[in-house]
Design a protein around this ligand. Sequence first.
Ligand code: PEP
Ligand code: MN
Length: 355
Amino acid sequence: MEFQSLSEFIPFSHKPFIVAGPCSAETEEQVYQTALQLSDIQNVKVFRSGIWKPRTRPNSFEGLGEKALPWLVKAAKDHGFFSATEVANAHHVELCLKAGIDILWIGARTTVNPFTVQEIADALQGVDKPVFVKNPVNPDIELWVGAIERIYYTGNCKIAAVHRGFSTAEKYEYRNAPTWEIPIELKRRFPKLPLICDPSHITGKRGLLQKVSQKALDLDVDGLMIETHIDPDRALSDAQQQITPQQLTQLLSKLVYKQQEGITQREHAELEKLRQEIDELDEKIIALLANRMHISERIGGYKKQHQMTILQLERWRHIFESRTRQGSSLGLSERFLQKFLENLHKESIKRQEGE
Ligand code: PEP
Ligand code: MN
């Protein structure tokens, strides 16, 4: 597939390319003021705002709909930005085209559904506007690729993929697990397809934005989408993850392009990819260990209540043997496993004793 590069369809001169703006349009003033404050940041090229909001639970703020479209268009135009919003059906597409929105994006909850993506693609037939395709909520690269293909087959090569993380059953540090190997695989399959990372929806918390934005840059993404609000704590959606335009300026100033003499960024990115995978696995291992210790505490409580001894030798022998067997079969050394299990057991006993 022949994709255009991001700078071919959205010219920009300051890297990283930034998409910023509120999660949702709430009032005309809020939309306009956010764009005004963002206009000081040279990296920001696209002004985003949700008009129709897919909310997990009913009775949450579901966006203002059609009436907010002209606010977004005007705020973007007055400050030299491209406007962007999410479309979730053909009707949204029609309304956006009529209102003059520059860029449409397909949200994570839509990418999972090929019927809806096809409906949107049909409404976009022959339309020459950039389309961003967010990853599906579930970690299935084929659905992501499928949605990109459906848009591409309308004759559109102005497409960017947006990595916003994946929903997982086990909750850990992030709102949506980055699972970096999926965007990396997407890049491997389509090296020319622009890739934008959305750390706001990955982290769900503003405190983690710097770290994840840096990781994304280390992976050589083309840009970042960061939710920005003039008064984030009072935002009607995604309050915890939004930042002010001033905080966005600070975040951008602290980002570093890791580049070493003699090593091109792309070569370096190869090493970074592997490190990202290690970082993510370590985060998961630590979260799992913490989880295991919480369960140990509950077991400790149970044993106390039933006047059982903390150390149950038979059980410990079973754990030791079965885990060593499993680990050995996966290529881990027996000595390493034994040391690890002994430590794990020691800590678990302490937790059961309530120390
Ligand atoms: C958003 O960008 O505000 C949004 C709803 O994103 P996602 O589809 O990634 O959840
Ligand atoms: Mn949001």
